[in-house]
Design a protein around this ligand. Structure first.
Ligand code: SF4
Length: 160
């Protein structure tokens, strides 16, 4: 029987997606090992056909800026056993959530944009919407911390 692989999904919400860039750069060093141990079920930057069903781990970067994205995040949560917040925007909202700090006049100024693009009044962290099991800090994420969390996932899900 083939060895079990870790079924992962990688998702990006409102942000600059630099942690995605860090991940793809890490493939230069880790592709050999990861291709044997990871089943990339959902990762738009690498493949066209994606599925978020029945994931072991969902890695999520970015803050949540609309109700539509909040619903999408809930869907991801319902389809994974473990959810990991990636980077500062996902964990504390900033810097993606800068508009939360605008003064009243500036908030009024951007109101038409919120309406036009169906954005929520407040940009939220992942923690404000779903249960988050683990996190990788940094802006973008620290490679070393990501590798530590990934190793933890391999152990938890019995991937050798
Ligand atoms: S945490 Fe930093 S690097 Fe990551 S998406 Fe936000 S701004 Fe970009």
């Amino acid at each position: 029987m083939p060895d079990k692989k870790l079924r992962i999904g990688w998702f990006s919400f409102t942000c600059c997606e630099d942690s995605t860039i860090v991940l793809t750069e890490m493939l230069n060093d880790h592709y050999e090992e990861w291709s044997k141990k990871i089943d990339f079920r959902h990762i738009r930057v690498l493949k066209k056909n994606n599925s978020m069903e029945n994931l072991d781990v969902a890695f999520v970067e970015g803050a949540i800026a609309s109700d539509k994205d909040a619903e999408e995040l809930k869907k991801i949560r319902a389809n994974c056993r473990k959810l990991v917040a990636i980077g500062s925007c996902a964990i504390v909202g900033m810097p993606a959530a800068q508009r939360n700090e605008f003064d009243a006049a500036r908030k009024k100024e951007i109101e038409f944009l919120l309406k036009k693009f169906k954005q929520a009044r407040k940009v939220r962290t992942l923690y404000e919407i779903v249960k988050v099991d683990d996190k990788v800090a940094g802006c973008p994420m620290f490679e070393k911390s990501f590798l530590e969390v990934l190793d933890k996932c391999f152990r938890e899900f019995g991937v050798k």
